[in-house]
Design a protein around this ligand. Structure first.
Ligand code: FAD
Ligand code: NAP
Length: 339
């Protein structure tokens, strides 16, 4: 089938901030053949190609003069199973949370802490998605990506991906790699990570002393739903800033100045500061300017109350960055991808 390319399409339904911008051209890729056609279209019309998944990590600040290609490829399959260790593959366009739930239904453990993260499987390696002490790198096996420079397919192993805190080789080389499918190593025995944030406490409150991976997933879904705005109700892209990593001496100085400072020492000697704490202490929690704001329960999350533009959200983010740097000598880095 020929790729169905539409001109002048609103991207409002395709970014979770709900920002209104137009794509010059728009198409959906169901399989590798569609992707090849999109690349050919982009070359023929001298239009850049912007690949998106669920649009949950984007800040769109202007109309997109590109062919926007939304990944909707589907397919989940078990590649190998030795009774304990299972390698499972999913196509890039699979919804991440639905994929997590399908692994839990199959009795597999490994993804429970990554429940309810919006977006697609294909975008998950981009920033090495993480939550509650687990990152995709912890269960990663390999992935297949298309090199947009050469048109060739390339297999990436764990070490090829250069995964780091909310970072990867794919994020470092924007626009080069188009991720087609991802393989993860899951386990039939549960190896649970409960010592992060309120997970254990939530299970205890429910009287669950020996949780299953499904119990952990349900507890995390409940915690997240209470704290994070649902993009279907209030536009947002999750955490807008990464937690800054600072040298231990600066963390100690700040702790003397601000005894309540929340910081987590890292294996490399740096300290990860809770950006949400810094923003809240600076008085931004619940702040609103027209329709751009800081969420009232979670100060790391910027929200669109309806008609905020990408530039208004960016302006708010930059004001927060400047204020935090002046107060704490700490630079906050934005997490969403800016276009
Ligand atoms: P998009 O936003 O569509 O794209 C993100 C980037 O990846 C873009 O640069 C895009 O060009 C690129 N891209 C997308 N698909 C592909 C592909 N197949 N190949 C190559 N490049 C591609 N993130 C976390 O890490 N942890 C969390 O706990 C978390 N919680 C969130 C909660 C909420 C309410 C929201 C709104 C967001 C949250 N996020 C979280 C951020 C976001 O959900 C993840 O980063 C997610 O992986 C983005 O997936 P997506 O499909 O929406 O990507
Ligand atoms: P939280 O539990 O209130 O914790 C605040 C911050 O402290 C988190 O950012 C977390 O860092 C850090 N933290 C908490 N316990 C820690 C520990 N034991 N060791 C090291 N660091 C610890 O955070 P939250 O905002 O409700 O989010 C819960 C989890 O979901 C976090 O892992 C967060 O990253 C993830 N999340 C991510 C996004 C996103 O868009 N990226 C959105 C929502 C939630 P880390 O962020 O490094 O884990």
């Amino acid at each position: 089938m020929t790729l169905h390319v539409r001109a002048g399409v609103s991207l409002k339904p395709f970014n979770t901030f709900g920002v209104e911008v137009q794509a010059k051209a728009f198409a959906e890729a169901h399989d590798d053949y569609d992707i090849r056609q999109a690349l050919a279209y982009s070359a023929e019309h001298a239009l850049p190609l912007l690949v998106i998944g669920g649009g949950s990590n984007l800040l769109l600040t202007t109309d997109i003069q590109a062919l926007v290609l939304r990944m909707v490829s589907r397919g989940i399959r078990i590649i190998s199973d030795d009774g304990e260790r299972v390698i499972i593959e999913a196509e890039a366009g699979e919804g991440w949370h639905a994929f997590v739930l399908s692994t839990l239904e199959q009795g597999l453990s490994g993804l429970e802490n990554l429940s309810l993260i919006p977006g697609t499987v294909g975008a998950a390696p981009m920033q090495n998605i993480g939550a509650y002490g687990v990152e995709i790198k912890d269960v990663f096996h390999s992935l297949t990506a298309l090199d947009r420079q050469t048109g060739e397919l390339r297999e990436f192993t764990l070490s090829d991906c250069a995964f780091a805190y909310r970072d990867s080789v794919f994020k470092q080389q924007p626009g080069r790699w188009l991720i087609l499918r991802v393989r993860l190593v899951l386990s039939r025995a549960a190896h649970l990570h409960l010592e992060y944030g309120p997970v254990r406490q939530r299970l205890d409150e429910q009287g669950i002393s020996q949780p299953t991976p499904k119990d952990v997933s349900l507890a995390i879904c409940a915690i997240r739903s209470e704290k994070l705005p649902d993009p279907a109700v209030l536009g947002n892209a999750g955490s807008f800033f990464k937690n800054p990593l600072v040298v231990a001496s600066l963390a100690a100085e700040l702790k003397r100045e601000h005894p309540g400072l929340v910081g987590y020492p890292q294996a490399d000697g740096q300290v990860k500061l809770a950006a949400g704490w810094l923003i809240e202490q600076a008085g931004w929690k619940g702040y609103r300017d027209a329709d751009a704001g800081v969420h009232r329960l979670q100060s790391l999350v910027l929200v669109n109350y309806g008609t905020a533009t990408g530039l208004q959200l960016l302006d708010l983010a930059q004001r927060i960055q400047i204020d935090i740097e002046q107060r704490y000598r700490v630079k906050l880095e934005m997490e969403p991808n800016l276009y």
